[in-house]
Design a protein around this ligand. Sequence first.
Ligand code: CTP
Length: 411
Amino acid sequence: MTDRPRVVVGVAGGIAAYKACELVRRFTESGHDVTVVPTQAALEFVGAPTWAALSGKPVAADVWSNVHEVPHVRIGQEADLVVVAPATADLLARAAHGLADDLLTSTLLTARCPVVLAPAMHTEMWENAATEANVAILRERGTLVIEPADGRLTGKDTGRGRLPDPAEIFETCVGVLQRSRDADGTFARDLVGRRVVVSAGGTREHLDPVRFLGNRSSGLQGYALARAAAVRGAEVTLVAANTELPDPSGVTLLRVGSTAELQDAVLAAAADADAVVMAAAPADFRPTKVSDTKIKKAGDGSAPTIELEQNPDILAGISHDRPRPDAVIVGFAAETGDETGSVLELGRAKLERKGCDLLVVNDVGGGRVFGEADNQAVILGRDGTAVDVPRASKVAVAHAIWDQVVRLLAR
Ligand code: CTP
């Protein structure tokens, strides 16, 4: 037995099967116990030796190998997560109708853990009424069916139906695993029917066509929040400023550059949102003048003086002048603590000043947090609550934040 999370990677017979190799590698390298279950058709694309080598385990597609170990029941029963990537139209149909005609569909029927399906097929197949109905059945039963991406398909055609980036599928799966572990096996879709807005990344204020004032925000925490909300069933708008991360699937992504653009996008999306989470790091100042041409060095060795003016505080703005009175508004505070107060004291004061409902306070003393996979926080509530989130993945921190949002939405 192993105490590593046990992940079954199902692979159906589509050209995107080769991308599942990277997914398997990501799972094994991050310490998961992986069993690959391809369909017979998947083995036409990528052979069993590849899957066996990547997972370190024997691979079978049928139910007739190692029958004494009853694999068609055992693999599903023991799994902590089953993910199928790519899930073809045929696989979705068989899963929706409870067929058990190979090892993968048998595993899907016996799994008691969360199931994630990442569809990949041609646009016509994805948009066919039969596929739409199958996806609806699966979602109704609690299966997480990731939205396929738009882009190049097999051959020359492009459109919806592309397998999302393996890194993206991996992040979603880690979020689901984390969630199911936290919630003791149950997989709460407690944001179904809710619209949420998340901002991420750092804004840039241009001095001239090639130079800008920016900051070190990577966008990782905001992206984790967007994915976690999508996993919990929310309709998510992610407003991303200058990020270089894979697009989260099933999320409406709006790209912005400056604080003014971020403000416009957030305010527009917040009009009918149940929650707004400002995880972005907007530049607080912008140059009063932006040069249309590149600023040149002066011959006399002098340096230009850059005059700055203050940007609007988006979080304070929507907190004090709320687009919807019942919406939950969440801010972030990166604090180091100083002679005027501890990290928490400064956090409480900022919560009051900004007027938001929740403030996620990070201790960034010593340059921690930026660009790292982990985070640690205290979530302060205007109602006096303080929830400590010990150092954990940004996905886990994201779920802890949504737990607090869900608590406030239920008021
Ligand atoms: N924020 C915002 N608009 C700004 C600046 C910040 O909406 N122009 C939001 C951030 O997204 C974050 C929160 O405000 O949710 C806290 O950001 P922080 O930089 O700590 O706030 P400041 O007002 O810059 O705090 P300080 O006075 O400590 O500089």
